[in-house]
Design a protein around this ligand. Structure first.
Ligand code: NAP
Length: 247
């Protein structure tokens, strides 16, 4: 780290894993640019908490499915805070349905947010990172993208896509000093899983060796490790953090 604070960009920083990553990276000494989709109050609260940890914070309402909006957010962040050292893509949604009941909109919304969103953010940060020959990208996938999950064909396809995308970008960008790693969380206690019925949650937890959900903070700890220099020789890795979901 230099004498000025490095900058981390986080998509979906208002809630859940993204929020925990904002606070973890702010505590570690980064200035923070994050985006959210619609919950402004949550975003303002996170920004305030990160500022209390000493970070300069720029937060924007940005739909990651919108390439132009992502470009504008990234360039505003670089102009106002400085070069982006680390980018974390945590923005994501679910629209769970059995395949025969899945509408084009259920499919498209998940692919556009989860997969196009990662493409948009990575493309927007990559060129400046290449020029500086330095940068770390951490994309948030899911164990669903590795093992699949009933009623989540759309979500699992988006999350498997993130893994292929990230490994390809790792190969492409390594020579420019850019590292690209993926975290694949299991069942994490956030709003995203709060909508799952208690019965399904209990069934899912029965398959977790540690017998409990993970916390957003536990995932953020891994994200911070992958974002920073402590993981300097890691790229193209897919790190599962799932309490032993598939043992
Ligand atoms: P969450 O609590 O529902 O938070 C989602 C975040 O993404 C919010 O900040 C939300 O903004 C933002 N977001 C959603 N759509 C967006 C869009 N189109 N553009 C910009 N931001 C958008 O979810 P989470 O559980 O923290 O999940 C974070 C990531 O981890 C997701 O990629 C998810 O797939 C992945 N993951 C989660 C779990 C889990 O068990 N929770 C497991 C594996 C992987 P608003 O607040 O404005 O809505």
């Amino acid at each position: 780290m230099t004498d000025t604070r490095p900058v981390a960009l986080i998509s979906g920083g208002s809630r859940g894993i993204g929020r925990a990553a904002v606070l973890r990276l702010a505590a570690e000494g980064y200035d923070i640019g994050f985006c959210y989709h619609s919950r402004e109050e949550a975003a303002i609260a996170v920004a305030k908490e990160a500022e209390e940890l000493g970070a300069r914070v720029l937060h924007r309402r940005v739909d990651v499915a919108d390439a132009a909006a992502v470009r504008a957010w990234v360039s505003d962040t670089e102009r106002e805070l400085g070069p982006i050292e680390a980018a974390v893509t945590s923005a994501g949604i679910t629209r769970d349905k059995g395949l025969v009941m899945m509408s084009d909109e259920d499919w498209g919304a998940v692919i556009r947010t989860n997969l196009d969103g990662v493409f948009h953010v990575c493309r927007a940060v990559a060129f400046a990172m290449m020029k500086r020959r330095r940068g770390s990208i951490v994309n948030v996938s899911s164990v669903a993208g590795i093992y699949g999950n009933a009623t989540q064909t759309n979500y699992a396809a988006s999350k498997a896509g993130i893994i292929g995308f990230s490994r390809s970008l790792a190969k492409e960008a390594g020579r420019y000093g850019i590292r690209v790693n993926t975290v694949a969380p299991g069942f994490v206690d956030t709003d995203m899983v709060a909508v799952v019925s208690e019965k399904l949650r209990d069934e899912a937890l029965a398959g977790v060796a540690l017998g409990r959900m993970g916390t957003a903070e536990e995932v953020a700890e891994l994200i911070a490790f992958l974002a920073g220099d402590k993981s300097a020789y890691m790229t193209g890795s897919v790190v599962q953090i799932d309490g032993g979901i598939a043992l």
